[in-house]
Ligand binder design. Structure first.
Ligand SMILES: [Zn+2]
Ligand SMILES: [Zn+2]
Length: 269
C-alpha cells in the first residue's frame, strides 16, 4: 500500500495536522509507503490568482519541511517508508524559476509530482480547481467548455515537454482535474479523446500517473482522477499508476481508495 500524494501542515490551505499525525494514521491504515508532496512554493514573480494567495507553501519553510521529513523518515524507518517530495506546479512561462527551485532542492527529494492547476486566460490566470466561480470565470474567458478543456490538456502536454532540469518530476498529478466540477459543467464530447491522446504522450515520455482519490470526495466530481475506465486504458498501455490520496488532513488518507481499481496499481515507483 503506497500513497504517493500527501499534503502536510506546511500547506497554507490545508490543516494543522502534524506530520506525525499523518504517519501514525498511515501506519494504522496499513500503509507500507507514503510520500509527502506539499505544494511547492509558487515562483516569486507569479501572482497567485486565488484570493488568499495560499496555493503553495512558503519558500521560507522549505528547509524545515525537508528537515522534519528527514528526521521522521529515520524515526519510523522500521514501520513505514517515508519519501520527501513536492507537488510542483507547471506554470506556463515560469519554467526558469521552477527549474531553479528544483535544482536547489532536487537532491533532497525522493518522489515528486508535476501538476497543472493554473491556466492563463486573455488577461488573467485561473486556478481551475479553486471554486465553481473561478471555473466559471475561466469558462467565460476561454469561450467554451471545449476550449477550456483543450487548453488544460495542451498545458499538460507543455508540462511534459518543459525543460525543468534533471530533478523534474515524472509523475503527472490528477490528470483529469479539469473534471472537478463535471456534474455542474459537463465535459465536452471529445474530452476522452483528448485524455486518451495525452496518455499516449505520457507513455511515450515514460511518465507515470497519479491515480488520485480526492475527486471522489468532491460533490461535483464523484470520480477518481483519472476515472476508472481511463485508468484501465492507461494501465493497458503500460503506464504506471501510483495511488494518491491528495489528503490535506490525516483523516483524508486513503480517501477514494475504495473507488480505485487496485489491480492497476504499480508496485514500485
Ligand atoms: Zn492543496
Ligand atoms: Zn493538486
Amino acid at each position: 500500500m503506497k500513497d504517493g500524494h500527501i499534503h502536510t501542515p506546511f500547506c497554507p490551505h490545508g490543516s494543522k495536522d502534524s506530520l506525525k499525525d499523518y504517519i501514525e494514521k498511515a501506519i494504522q491504515l496499513g500503509y507500507q509507503s507514503m510520500t509527502f508532496t506539499e505544494h511547492a512554493p509558487l515562483p516569486e514573480s507569479f501572482s497567485d490568482p486565488v484570493p488568499d494567495k495560499d496555493s503553495g507553501m512558503s519558500s521560507h519553510d522549505v528547509p524545515d519541511y525537508l528537515k522534519e521529513i528527514k528526521q521522521l523518515k529515520y524515526e519510523y524507518r522500521k514501520d513505514i517508508e517515508i519519501n520527501a517530495g513536492f507537488e510542483v506546479d507547471y506554470i506556463e512561462g515560469y519554467e526558469k524559476e521552477t527549474e531553479k527551485f528544483l535544482n536547489e532542492y532536487g537532491p533532497e527529494l525522493d518522489d515528486s509530482i508535476l501538476s497543472v492547476h493554473f491556466l492563463k486566460g486573455a488577461e488573467q490566470w485561473y486556478c481551475i480547481d479553486f471554486s465553481t466561480s473561478m471555473f466559471q470565470a475561466a469558462l467565460n474567458d476561454f469561450g467554451s467548455i471545449y476550449s477550456l478543456y483543450e487548453r488544460y490538456f495542451q498545458t499538460l502536454y507543455k508540462s511534459m515537454e518543459a525543460e525543468l532540469g534533471k530533478y523534474k518530476p515524472t509523475r503527472i498529478g490528477h490528470m483529469t482535474l479539469i473534471r472537478k466540477f463535471q456534474l455542474l459543467y459537463p465535459s465536452p464530447d471529445r474530452w476522452e479523446t483528448m485524455a486518451g491522446d495525452l496518455m499516449k504522450y505520457v507513455k511515450e515520455m515514460n511518465y507515470s500517473l497519479d491515480y488520485n482519490g480526492a475527486g471522489t470526495q468532491k460533490p461535483h466530481c464523484l470520480e477518481t482522477y483519472p476515472p476508472i475506465h481511463l485508468a484501465r486504458e492507461a494501465s493497458s498501455m503500460g503506464i504506471p499508476l501510483v495511488y494518491g490520496s491528495d489528503a490535506h488532513t490525516a483523516s483524508g488518507l486513503k480517501q477514494g481508495y475504495e473507488h480505485i481499481d487496485v489491480d492497476l496499481l504499480h508496485s514500485s515507483r
